[in-house]
Design a binder for this molecule. Structure first.
Ligand code: PMP
Length: 406
């Protein structure tokens, strides 16, 4: 599909905002949804809506087939070895919290170490802070290099025989850094630690193969990859998940319930207490179909060309600072002179351009960058060079506006 055809699949992009054609550059926060996903959700609610796993009636069977069919699509998408390893959760945040609460509480104690990096999203910091406080474990950080990457020698020096869990983001939502997950996993395993990957900014944009990475846990959210909000995935290796306790108890996840004791269903359902996110999972399946139709390699190529073009054009704007390494995923985080990023985003909005401004749920990283906030333009498969050009014009307008006022 050429970009024009791809764009036509996203009805939301055809609108005007503040009298200008919408330029949507906030896909790292959440992506837009193609018509096939929107129609899959509508079709499900119009035709098949029912609870799963229980009913013997036809609608119940259709809903169950759709839900479990999506699990198989996810398994293929990340190349998990079995659908037992694919757990539907609310999103990346819930996936990481599940591992911290279940695996963490059972396997971490005083004197143990949890290793993360200062570039993590809050959802890959706070669960580990809480676990460390609860258990008396130590939270350690792999230091960042000046360009916002991590070096393997620093990884080697930080992970020790006391390390029990390493949790690192695959792609930074602020710097665009692509971390060497396979190598970090190898170092973690050499020290008998398990490796958790925050894949929220990776799964939508590049081919992920959990067996190739050899990570123990992998988390991602559907809403950043053309799917609905409220659904995401926790991948875990079967031998670890088998030994872990559920974190939510109730319907759907039980085998036998007595007055004083109960037993759990087998994987993956023991981690899916309550009525699951049925429509969401089916919508995620449709999103995977859509992404695979275009191809993850093609998506990566589109974004790479856009980010290269954006970096080149943005570097010609005087007073504009770009944060993060040269080689990066499809986003550019920046600040413009002394203008507060919220003001940058507000002026850009008057031009119909949507960018994010703030701390991007990465306050420790903001401190490391020595800024309170930044602006961020992020690209996805439906963006074009015209969007980058609109951003450049918008930034020039912003400069003129503030140059004029002050
Ligand atoms: N990790 C990263 C790198 C992210 O970018 C995000 C979303 N901004 C999250 C975790 C959290 O994802 P969610 O809010 O979907 O749980």
């Amino acid at each position: 599909m050429i970009t024009k055809e791809i764009r036509e699949q996203f009805p939301i992009l055809g609108q005007e905002v503040n009298g200008k054609p919408l330029t949507y550059l906030d896909s790292a926060a959440t992506s837009q949804k193609p018509i096939s996903v929107i129609e899959t959700l509508a079709h499900y609610y119009k035709n098949d809506n029912s609870n799963v796993h229980r009913g013997v009636h036809t609608l119940g069977t259709r809903a169950t087939d759709g839900y479990e069919g999506s699990r198989e699509k996810v398994r293929r998408f990340i190349n998990a070895s079995s659908t037992e390893e694919v757990i539907f959760v609310r999103g990346t945040t819930t996936a990481i919290n599940t591992v911290a609460s279940s695996y963490g509480r059972a396997n971490i104690g005083e004197g143990d170490e949890i290793v993360i990096t200062p570039m993590e999203h809050h959802s890959n910091i706070i669960p580990w802070q809480q676990l460390a406080k609860e258990t008396g474990a130590t939270l350690k950080y792999i230091p960042l290099q000046a360009d916002g990457t991590i070096s393997l020698s620093d990884v080697e020096n930080t992970i020790t025989a006391h390390t029990k869990i390493v949790s690192v983001m695959y792609v930074s939502n602020v710097l665009g850094t692509i971390n060497p997950i396979k190598d970090i996993t190898e170092i973690a395993h050499r020290n008998d630690a398990v490796m958790m990957v925050d894949g929220a900014q990776a799964a939508p944009h590049m081919k992920v193969d959990v067996q190739e990475l050899d990570c123990d846990f992998f988390a991602f959210s559907a809403h950043k990859m053309c799917g609905p909000t409220g659904i995401g995935v926790l991948y875990g290796k079967k031998q670890l998940l088998d030994k872990m306790e559920p974190v939510e108890f109730g319907g759907e996840m039980i085998d036998f319930v007595g007055l004083y004791d109960s037993t759990w269903k087998e994987l993956p359902w023991k981690f899916e207490g309550g009525t699951p996110i049925i429509a969401g999972a089916i919508g995620l399946g449709a999103a995977i179909d859509f992404l695979e139709q275009i191809g993850l390699d093609e998506i990566e190529k589109i974004e790479h060309e856009l980010v290269e073009y954006a970096m080149e054009r943005m570097s010609t704007i005087e007073g504009l600072t770009i944060f993060g390494p040269r080689n990066r995923a499809g986003l550019v985080t920046f600040n413009l002179d002394d203008v507060h990023p919220h003001d940058v985003a507000t002026v850009l909005d008057t031009e119909g351009i949507a960018v994010r401004a703030g701390h991007h749920c990465a306050q420790p990283l903001m401190k490391w960058l020595d800024v309170t906030a930044t602006a961020r333009a992020s690209f996805y498969l439906y963006n074009t060079k015209d969007d980058v050009d609109a951003l450049i014009e918008g930034l020039k307008t912003t400069k003129e506006y503030f140059g004029h006022v002050f």
